[in-house]
Ligand binder design. Structure first.
Ligand code: FAD
Length: 352
């Protein structure tokens, strides 16, 4: 069934919901003016898939969506419970035109606008706000010998809790926030080894809004230059939280340089050193889930997408397309701000 709308929002996590709110505020009519497509069975975006031991109180703060606060003091409840129910409340409160489960399979040029193809038909639209996040694109780096490893390998995205590793030696790979949080958690039930490509940069100071803004500014410069975004934490460094100080005092934060190859029973370095492990946990981050945008040929030779607009949400080569949750808006607070900016710019573009 073909439909024609003004705006299609792809993805209904924090970023998509923020866009839906501001579209409604700008007078776009739910259903005929704009639709919101998401292929998850329920509300919550990536939060519905987070591991159970990630409590609301141990996240890096989930910012309220515009217009309706999370208002939860349930800090010791799983974020995977609290946030999806908040998002469901939000969708109902604003009667947002969410269609799910709908998988967008491709976005193509379509005259002056774009054609959004999905497993539930096509949408001819004048503008697209893409908010498909990163959760579905876990990044697994390649190391020689990976296929020979006889133990278990999993990514952050597959992690469900530390208990299942009791009695096994776990190798944690990565130097981001998830890596050190899971290293701390797992090291409380079993033995661990920690490796990363780059030495982690720990910041003694509390996470300040200035540090956050500085980190976002670096990522924003990168995407405006058409470079891959990189991660904000690679700029801000890792905050030494009380839990991480305790892990350090337990001798857990002893980081080794990344290994050269993987062997059937563990990992090995060119120096001849080896470590036998039962599990390799790849906390090696995520990439943006943008495969459905491939027909638009957005990527520059360096692999990034050149962005423009007030908050670098607009795609330079395709002004009818905005990317939220990409680069500088890849955080809950960034997604909120980007939603407002993208809708303002789309509204102006469509009026023109
Ligand atoms: P998502 O929440 O991932 O939502 C994307 C939606 O798009 C999903 O519902 C998915 O079903 C849908 N989708 C994807 N592809 C398609 C398609 N082809 N068709 C239809 N629908 C599609 N940020 C913070 O600010 N605070 C934190 O504490 C924090 N903790 C984090 C912990 C982890 C482990 C990770 C990985 C990230 C964390 N972040 C945190 C970052 C934060 O998750 C994101 O910035 C934000 O929640 C992502 O929102 P989003 O809307 O961009 O994407």
């Amino acid at each position: 069934m073909d439909r024609t709308v003004d705006v299609v929002v792809i993805g209904v996590g924090q970023a998509g919901l923020s866009a839906g709110y501001f579209l409604q505020r700008r007078g776009f009519v739910p259903g005929s003016g704009y639709v919101m497509l998401d292929h998850s069975a329920g509300p919550g975006g990536a939060w519905q898939h987070r591991w159970p031991s990630l409590k609301l109180g141990t996240t890096n703060h989930v910012h309220d969506l515009p217009g309706l606060a999370l208002d939860s003091d349930q800090l010791d409840i799983a974020a995977a419970e609290v946030v999806p129910s908040y998002f469901a409340r939000y969708e109902n409160h604003f009667a947002l035109p969410v269609r799910r489960p709908v998988t967008v399979t491709a976005v193509r040029p379509d005259g002056a606008g774009l054609l959004v193809s999905s497993d539930h038909g096509d949408y001819h639209t004048r503008a697209v706000i893409n908010a498909t996040g990163t959760w579905e694109r876990p990044f697994w780096p390649h190391y020689p010998g990976a296929a020979t490893f006889t133990g278990r390998q999993l990514h952050t995205a597959d992690y469900r809790g530390a208990e299942e590793f009791r009695g096994h030696h776990v190798l944690v790979v990565g130097s981001g926030i998830s890596a050190v949080q899971l290293l701390d958690e797992i090291s409380q039930v079993t033995t661990t080894t920690w490796v990363s490509r780059r030495p982690p940069v720990f910041s003694q100071a509390q996470f300040s809004p200035e540090a956050g803004r500085a980190g976002v500014a670096v990522v924003e410069r990168r995407v405006r230059a058409g470079q891959p975004p990189g991660s904000v934490v690679s700029v801000t460094g890792l905050m030494l939280t009380p839990a991480l100080r305790a892990a350090r005092d337990r001798g857990v934060l002893h980081r080794l340089p990344i290994f050269s190859r993987i062997v059937p029973t563990g990992v090995a370095w060119d120096t001849g050193a080896t470590v036998s492990v039962d599990v390799i946990l790849w906390c090696t981050g995520f990439r943006s889930a943008l495969e459905h945008l491939a027909p638009l040929h957005l990527r520059e030779t360096g692999g990034g997408i050149r962005m423009t607009g007030r908050l670098a949400t607009q795609v330079t080569v395709e002004p009818h397309l905005h990317l939220l949750g990409y680069g500088p808006s890849a955080s809950t607070i960034g997604a909120n701000r980007a939603g407002r900016a993208a809708v303002q710019e789309i509204d102006a573009l469509l009026r023109d």
